[in-house]
Design a protein around this ligand. Structure first.
Ligand SMILES: *Cc1c(COP(=O)(O)O)cnc(C)c1O
Length: 460
C-alpha cells in the first residue's frame, strides 16, 4: 500500500516509511491510497468469529500488502491480549469497554500494535544486533541516519499517552522509549504507569509544563547532531500504525451486536478524532454502522464545523474529560481528506457528505457530572467523564428503532478522585492499576532547556 500526505506536498511513502516517520515531510498526515472493501461474506460471518480473528482479517485488508501474513497474525494476536466487550447499560444503549488493556484506556490497542509493527520492521530490515544502518527512514528533519541500531521513541505526554506508549513498547527488542512529562503536573496514578517500568523505558521529568516537553521533542527531531548520534522516531497518535488498528474493536462490537438490530449508531467521545477516524475507515471498508456521533466536551470545534461548514480551530479549554481537551484536532485533516476524496469534491459537497453520516454533541462539565450521576443512580453503571459525553449524546440523539453503542474510552478508576467526588462513592482500583502504584518510581530530572536534554541524549 502506498500512503500520500493530506497536504499533498510530500513524496508517496510505503507503510514502513509512514510508520517510522509518523508525519509526512510537508507536515501532513499519511492516508492510504486505497481502502479495500471487505467481502460481504466476512461481514456476515463475523458473529461466529473471535475478536482476534476478526481483527486479523481487518488488519490483512490494511497491512496485508506490506506485512507477511504469519507475522501480521502474531502482531494482531499479541496486541489483543485483552477483550473489548460490549456491555448493556440501558434498554437501547451499550458501552464498548475499551479499558481492559494494560493502562486501562483505548490507546493501548494502537500503541501495542505500533510497537510490534515497528519491531517487525526492525527485524526485517536486519538492523537488530548488527549495528547496520538499514533504511528505516530518518527522523522528521531527514538528517543522516545514525549508525547505532536502536530506535529511540520520543514521546511528550500530559498523562495518558505516555503510559499507553510506554507499556505498548515495554520489552520490545531494538526500541528504547523516552517519555517526557511535566514535573508535578500529571496525576500520581498516571505517573506511576510510565515511571515504574524500567527495562527499555526511561521517564524524563521536565521542570516545566506539557508544552515545554513537546518543544523539547520537536527540537530533538530537528537537531542534526543528535540525529547522527541516535535514531529518533515518534509514536504520535496520528501515526497510521496507531490509529488504524482501532478499527478492530468496531468490527468486533458490530459482530457482538448484530443479532439485536441492524440500526447501530456508534458514538465516540472525541478529542484529536483519531478514534472516530478509525471507525470511519472501518465504515469505508464495509462495516455496516448506520451513523456516527462525535461526542465532545466544551471543546466544540468539530461540533461547530458540522453546524456551519467552517473549521475554526481555537485554544483548548480545560474540562473534566481532559483527554478530550483539544482545540485543533489533528485527525480532522484526515476526515476532510477522506470525504472530499482527496480534495476532488468542493467544501460544500464534503460537508454534506460528513453531516449525512456524522452528527455532533458538546457538553459542559456540569452536564458531564449530571450524566454520570443520573446513569449511576438509574443503572448502577459508573461512567468516566469521557464516556459520559458519549452516553449522553446517545440518550439525546437516538431515534426510534436505533441501538446505540458508545466507547467507554478509559476505566473510571483512572480518574478516581473526580469520579469518587462526583458520585459519592469509593471506586475500586483494578489490580493491574494497583500493581503500577506499588512499583518504584524511576525518573531522570531535567530542566526545560534543550541543551540539557540534548546533552543527556548524547550520553546515551
Ligand atoms: C485520548 C482519549 C480520548 C480522545 O480520543 P481521540 O482519538 O483523541 O479522539 C478520549 N478519551 C480518553 C480517555 C482518551 O485517553
Amino acid at each position: 500500500m502506498k500512503y500520500y500526505s493530506t497536504n499533498g506536498n510530500a513524496p508517496i511513502a510505503d507503510l514502513q516509511k509512514a510508520v517510522v516517520k509518523g508525519l509526512a515531510e510537508d507536515r501532513g498526515l499519511y492516508m492510504p491510497e486505497e481502502i479495500y472493501t471487505l467481502p460481504k461474506s466476512f461481514i456476515n460471518d463475523m458473529p461466529s468469529m473471535k475478536f482476534q480473528d476478526i481483527a486479523y482479517n481487518v488488519a490483512q485488508n490494511f497491512f496485508g500488502d506490506d506485512v507477511d501474513g504469519d507475522a501480521l497474525q502474531d502482531i494482531v494476536y499479541d496486541t489483543l491480549s485483552f477483550d473489548c466487550p460490549v456491555v448493556k447499560v440501558t434498554e437501547n444503549i451499550y458501552a464498548l469497554e475499551l479499558f481492559h488493556g494494560p493502562t486501562l484506556a483505548f490507546k493501548d490497542v494502537g500503541a501495542r500494535f505500533m510497537a510490534r509493527l515497528l519491531g517487525y520492521f526492525l527485524r526485517r530490515s536486519g538492523s537488530l544486533g548488527q549495528g547496520s544502518s538499514a533504511d528505516l527512514g530518518g527522523s522528521v528533519c531527514g538528517c543522516a541516519t545514525a549508525t547505532n541500531s536502536t530506535v529511540n521513541v520520543l514521546v511528550a505526554t500530559s498523562g495518558d499517552t505516555g503510559s499507553a506508549v510506554a507499556n505498548g513498547f515495554l520489552g520490545v527488542e531494538g526500541i528504547h522509549v523516552y517519555v517526557l512529562y511535566p514535573k508535578g503536573k500529571v496525576s500520581p496514578i498516571q505517573e506511576c504507569q510510565f515511571t515504574t517500568l524500567g527495562k527499555n523505558i526511561t521517564a524524563i521529568e521536565v521542570d516545566g509544563v506539557f508544552d515545554d516537553c513537546q518543544a523539547l521533542v520537536k527540537s530533538a527531531f530537528m537537531d542534526e547532531e543528535l540525529n547522527k548520534h541516535m535514531r529518533l522516531t515518534s509514536a504520535n497518535s496520528i501515526n497510521v500504525a496507531r490509529f488504524l488498528p482501532q478499527a478492530f474493536y468496531y468490527f468486533n462490537a458490530y459482530a457482538r451486536m448484530k443479532s439485536l438490530t441492524s440500526d447501530i449508531v456508534m458514538c465516540v467521545p472525541s478529542g484529536n478524532f483519531g478514534n472516530i477516524c478509525s471507525a470511519l475507515f472501518g465504515h469505508e471498508m464495509g462495516l455496516p454502522i448506520k451513523r456516527f456521533i462525535a461526542a465532545n466536551n466544551a471543546n466544540d470545534v468539530f461540533f461547530n464545523y458540522l453546524q456551519t461548514g467552517k473549521y475554526e480551530p481555537k485554544a483548548s479549554v480545560q474540562t473534566l474529560a481532559n483527554a478530550m481537551d483539544v482545540g485543533d484536532p489533528s485527525n480532522f485533516a484526515r476526515i476532510l481528506n477522506l470525504y472530499s476524496k482527496n480534495n476532488a469534491l468542493t467544501p460544500e459537497a464534503t460537508h454534506h457528505r460528513i453531516t449525512n453520516l456524522i452528527s455532533g454533541a458538546t457538553y459542559s462539565d456540569e452536564q458531564i457530572k449530571e450524566t454520570m450521576r443520573q446513569c449511576y443512580s438509574e443503572t448502577g453503571y459508573v461512567l468516566d467523564p469521557h464516556g459520559a459525553c458519549g452516553f449522553r449524546a446517545l440518550q439525546e440523539g437516538l431515534r426510534e428503532g436505533e441501538v446505540g453503542v458508545f466507547c467507554e474510552t478509559a476505566h473510571p478508576a483512572k480518574f478516581k478522585e473526580k469520579v469518587d467526588d462526583i458520585l459519592g462513592i469509593d471506586i475500586e482500583i483494578p489490580a493491574r492499576l494497583r500493581a503500577f502504584m506499588e512499583g518504584k518510581k524511576q525518573s531522570v530530572e531535567l530542566s526545560k532547556d534543550f541543551a540539557d536534554f540534548k546533552a543527556y541524549l548524547m550520553n546515551q
